[in-house]
Design a protein around this ligand. Structure first.
Ligand SMILES: [Zn+2]
Length: 385
């Protein structure tokens, strides 16, 4: 009956820091809960003001038979298409359907009263270390998976995991290195869902996956920022610095140290795992903004980029013409000084680099994000010789 001990252990707990607010009891002392979670009650309109707005993740007790309204400050780029999610157990998530927006406030509630006494509320389907543990557990006996181990540790001593997936019967010298990473920006869990689906698909019995494993070694680093993910931060880890601006070409001891220790763990690990050469580098992020479709920060004029993007979109069933490919940022001026992982991989590994941004509009299911990962398998298989 206990099919998933990893998740059950994560959520079967008594909150150590419950806060009574209005008629409810809130808590945020669990994995990925926002460590700056705030809540207050507005008795005149019966709404619970919660923050932070987008990377929120909290638990609340006492909701059975009730339909509380939660409210956040209304950010400019959020409209009624962007919905928050809730779960009775931290595993199965549903969108809030009842959305009310004015100039200052974004309010959300369920259409029907909650049935359970406890629910979790989040800005998006969380992707936590316990989700990665589940993937690692499921892949542990795969003949195609190797190196399933921490590559180093964060400042809080959390593991920075890596793994490799390939067909061991084909000599490494005959294969491409493909490096994939996710979770630099802690709250961008949609991208981690896609990466999770990608890794499951690469290791699967599917014919296309089989062909890709004979062409490539996929080196994966699925949670680059485990401190930020566990603490429910927006972007940073323990060090107050955007990790995706800290990738100085090369790696210590030859190259300068990064201000973000996790980036140095990854710089060394990727160089060691790949031997310093890769064909593609894909960094999975997500964007809460105005877009209905996948977005990419990559050089759309480079055929190695456009062919891969087109092949992925074709496999996913997205119309290629709807793909958004910006050279660096969408809606912002290019800044060649930005020390992103993509630039690092281009300079240090000679790779074609792409930063992928999953987007939330249309309220896709969690399975939809994971299924999109399968399209990356087909896309890479199509473009690699
Ligand atoms: Zn990001």
């Amino acid at each position: 009956m206990d099919e998933d001990p990893i998740h059950d252990q994560t959520y079967a707990f008594a909150p150590n820091d419950p806060r009574s607010v209005g008629d409810l009891t809130f808590f945020a002392d669990f994995e990925n809960a926002s460590d700056d979670f705030r809540v207050s009650y507005e008795p005149e309109d019966g709404a619970y003001e919660v923050a932070p707005y987008s990377w929120m993740h909290f638990g609340v007790d006492g909701v059975a038979g009730k339909r509380p309204t939660f409210r956040v400050d209304h950010p400019d780029h959020v409209d009624e298409r962007r919905k928050f999610v809730w779960s009775p157990d931290g595993r199965e998530w549903s969108y809030f359907e009842d959305i009310t927006i004015d100039a200052d406030r974004y309010a959300f509630a369920t259409a029907e009263p909650f049935e359970t006494d406890r629910v979790f509320v989040a800005g998006l389907f969380p992707y936590r270390l316990c989700d990665l543990e589940e993937l690692r557990y499921n892949l542990r006996d795969s003949p195609y998976v190797s190196g399933l181990a921490p590559r180093g540790y964060s400042p809080d001593r959390r593991p920075i995991h890596g793994l490799a997936i390939t067909d061991p019967d084909v000599p490494a010298a005959e294969k491409h290195n493909v490096v994939v990473m996710a979770g630099q920006h802690a709250w961008e869990a949609w991208g981690r869902q896609v990466c999770h689906g990608f890794l499951e698909a690469v290791a699967s019995d599917d014919t296309v996956a089989r062909r890709l494993r004979r062409k490539a070694v996929v080196h994966a680093y699925p949670i680059a920022n485990p401190d930020g993910v566990t603490r429910g931060h927006m972007r940073d880890g323990t060090v107050d610095h955007n990790p995706n601006r800290a990738w100085i070409a090369g790696a210590p001891p030859e190259a300068e140290r990064s201000p973000v220790p996790e980036v140095d763990v990854l710089r060394r690990a990727i160089l060691e795992d790949t031997g310093g050469e890769a064909t593609y580098f894909l960094d999975f992020h997500s964007h809460a903004g105005w877009y209905d479709r996948f977005m990419w920060y990559a050089d759309g004029d480079d055929p190695a980029v456009s062919d891969l993007v087109e092949a992925i979109h074709r496999a996913d069933g997205e119309r290629h013409g709807d793909a958004i490919v910006g050279t660096e940022t969408v809606g912002g001026a290019p800044n060649p000084e930005r020390k992103t992982s993509k630039r690092w991989a281009e300079a240090t590994l000679g790779a074609t680099g792409l930063t992928f941004e999953a987007t939330p509009y249309g309220s896709p299911s969690m399975e939809r994000y994971r299924r999109a990962g399968g399209a990356f398998v087909a896309g890479l298989e199509a473009v690699l010789e």
